[in-house]
Design a protein around this ligand. Structure first.
Ligand SMILES: O=C(O)c1ccc[n+]([C@@H]2O[C@H](COP(=O)([O-])O)[C@@H](O)[C@H]2O)c1
Ligand SMILES: Cc1cc2nc[nH]c2cc1C
Length: 346
């Protein structure tokens, strides 16, 4: 397996040309705020003075987690496969928001504890009936983790899109994501855990203690490399997202980052290839307790704050209109000279 090498999008000449184009539009300088940042960033990613978003996709990766045996979720594991069925029947929130925003949607079985059989619309990449319980042993073998990364890369290799959003479905995966966050950032476990699908305070404390014990159990010489952290605490869906992100960056796509679990995958990807952050836009700040700190750690500014805590890539689908607005103002607004509007007084 080859980890893609990502170059920074930095290009001083293009950066100043884009800034000048943005500043020449008929508006007080800076008045389109974050949309100006978005247009600028997409221009640098696409190496273009006239960036476009013609094709967008959200890919939802589903996987189960052995750590559910520790009673760390408010919902039973069976909800993972039941929600995959719901995705296939077009009934989930992500189906609605993707449809509404002209966004292609792909559903991947990364390792759900259920046999779906051959199903139209389901991309079968099952690596097992869920990961192992990381409170007792590493979640994945090294071979499984590599295969997950490779599957993620291969899926994105074949995808003809400008913007890609990543979604996930997996009961128990906020526990995996919190453990990854703690290991990568060094932030205390208590700051990384939250309610997930709706744990009460005693459940959140149990989740914290499960992670703290597991971190102690897996402390060994190579325990802190990004791939070892991913293998030990991650999920099949999280590892596939890491691979998909790296390939998407290599292909110079815009990566639209969703909530807590997807951002935990980005923590791993950014440890492997720091330049990946140049390709990212952060759709929202999740209501999951640790997400704000996670975003701060990445120096990331989320586009929206909607108190979402659903996952599935819903934040990414909802943020798409903002990306369209950014490239459209750059392409379509008049300039001060073309519209004969007076510029700022000296
Ligand atoms: O995206 C988020 O920020 C987010 C925050 C909390 C929960 N979720 C979703 O809830 C599930 C995981 O929650 P839990 O409590 O089972 O670990 C999983 O299917 C995620 O998609 C997602
Ligand atoms: C119903 C339900 C839907 C979800 N979608 C993503 N995570 C989820 C968790 C639950 C419990």
């Amino acid at each position: 397996m080859r980890i893609p090498h990502l170059a920074s999008t930095h290009d001083a000449a293009l950066a100043s040309a884009l800034q000048a184009a943005i500043d020449n539009k008929t508006k007080p300088q800076g008045s389109l705020g974050v949309l100006e940042f978005v247009a600028h960033r997409i221009g640098l990613i696409q190496q273009s003075h006239t960036p476009r978003i013609d094709r967008a996709a959200v890919v939802v990766f589903a996987g189960d987690h052995g750590v559910v045996a520790e009673n760390i979720s408010a919902y039973p594991q069976s909800v993972t496969w039941q929600m995959v069925e719901n995705f296939l029947q077009q009934g989930a929130a992500i189906n609605v928001f993707a449809r509404q925003n002209d966004c292609a949607l792909h559903i991947v079985d990364a390792g759900v504890n259920h046999e779906f059989g051959e199903r139209e619309g389901l991309v079968a990449r099952k690596l097992g009936p869920g990961t192992r319980n990381f409170a007792q042993e590493p979640a994945m073998s090294a071979a499984q983790c590599e295969q997950a990364l490779q599957y993620g890369m291969d899926l994105v290799e074949a995808m003809p899109v400008d913007v890609i959003g990543f979604g996930e479905m997996g009961i128990g995966n906020t526990t995996a994501a919190a453990a990854i966050m703690h290991k990568i950032t060094g932030i205390a476990v208590a700051e990384c855990v939250g309610a997930g699908t709706g744990l009460a305070a005693d459940g959140i404390l149990r989740k914290q203690q499960v992670i703290e014990r597991a971190v102690a159990l897996h402390a060994h010489a190579h325990a802190d490399t990004p791939l070892e952290i991913l293998r030990t605490f991650g999920g099949f869906e999280i590892a596939m997202i890491v691979g998909a992100m790296l390939k998407a960056g290599e292909r110079r796509m815009v990566l639209l980052i969703d909530g807590f679990i997807v951002t935990s995958a980005l923590l791993v990807a950014a440890k492997l290839q720091p330049a990946i952050l140049d390709y990212c836009l952060f759709s929202h700040c999740s209501d999951e307790h640790g997400h704000r700190r996670m975003l701060q750690h990445l120096d990331a500014r989320p586009l929206m704050q909607l108190d979402l805590r659903l996952g599935e890539g819903t934040g990414s689908a909802l943020a798409l209109p903002l990306l369209h607005a950014a490239v459209n103002f750059l392409a379509q607004m008049a300039t001060f000279s073309s519209a004969q509007v007076s510029e700022k007084s000296a």
